[in-house]
Design a protein around this ligand. Structure first.
Ligand code: MN
Length: 257
């Protein structure tokens, strides 16, 4: 099995190499990752400047490793389109910090996995909630187990999973659950400051402290369990039934008046 590993925390992040080390037990691993941190870059793709790639020394011996001056999504597109022959699985992570609820729409970790999924490959985004020190080993082992199941055909090959673990030693994790994304999970506010010359603004993103229902990823992590959320890209679905059919004809008529 050949696995592409990327992330959005940058090529030297501890989470990425903990994962790579574990996966080398069962797979040939290739790392193609951004040369710097790109958290919250989402699905961004670089189309207006060239991408520079450098082959670099791996932190786990023997692993083919490329550093890219680009986004996590760029890394996957580049890897699958040029750098690597055949890939069986795309894994993005282990992200330092959970990606829950609305986070998924801005997460570079998920954005990278999405590119694998869009190209017909099984794709996993793996994250561990932040804490004083990061418990990455369990996330690495869980990814290995998922990779094995994909390799053996136990799981469908068209999956796109967003996996989050509480930041706990394995003995304190209570279980694992299939979940759905919590909705309206975060607020985005703008704080204003002044550096003496000019005004500046900080975008501040915070998780909303509200009760969430038991099927959601946020609830599951709060219960010290592992959350596995199957993601779907439904942007190309049928038109929304809540918008009347007459909208388009009336808009077009108004345009012509
Ligand atoms: Mn990150």
């Amino acid at each position: 099995m050949k696995v592409l590993v990327t992330n959005d925390d940058g090529i030297f992040a501890q989470g990425l190499w903990t994962l790579v080390k574990e996966l080398t037990n069962i797979a040939q691993v290739v790392v193609v990752a951004p040369d710097r941190e790109q958290s919250a870059i989402g699905t961004a793709v670089t189309l207006h400047q060239p991408l520079r790639v450098q082959k670099v020394s791996p932190l786990v011996p023997g692993v083919e490793t490329y550093s890219v001056e680009g986004t996590p999504a760029d890394c996957v597109i580049l890897a699958l389109g040029k750098l690597i022959n055949k890939i069986d699985l795309v894994v993005s992570g282990i992200n330092h910090g959970a990606n829950l609820g609305d986070d998924v729409s801005i997460s570079g970790t998920v954005g990278a996995a999405l590119q694998g999924y869009l190209r017909g490959l099984p794709a996993l985004a793996i994250s561990v909630a932040l804490g004083e020190s990061l418990h990455l080993d369990t996330a690495a082992k869980l990814t290995l187990l998922l990779a094995k199941k994909i390799d053996r055909g136990v799981l469908p090959t068209n999956i796109f999973l967003n996996v989050n673990l509480p930041n706990l030693p394995l003995a304190k994790i209570k279980g694992a659950k299939l979940t759905r994304l919590a909705s309206k999970s975060h607020t985005n506010t703008v704080e204003e400051g002044d550096d003496g010359k000019r005004k500046y603004y900080w975008l501040v993103r915070q998780k909303i402290n509200k009760a969430v229902d038991e099927e959601t990823d946020i609830w599951t992590i709060e219960q010290d369990s592992i959350s596995i959320t199957p993601l779907h890209t439904t942007l190309f679905n049928k038109p929304s039934p809540t918008i009347p059919d007459s909208l388009c004809s009336s808009l077009f008529q108004e345009l012509q008046q």
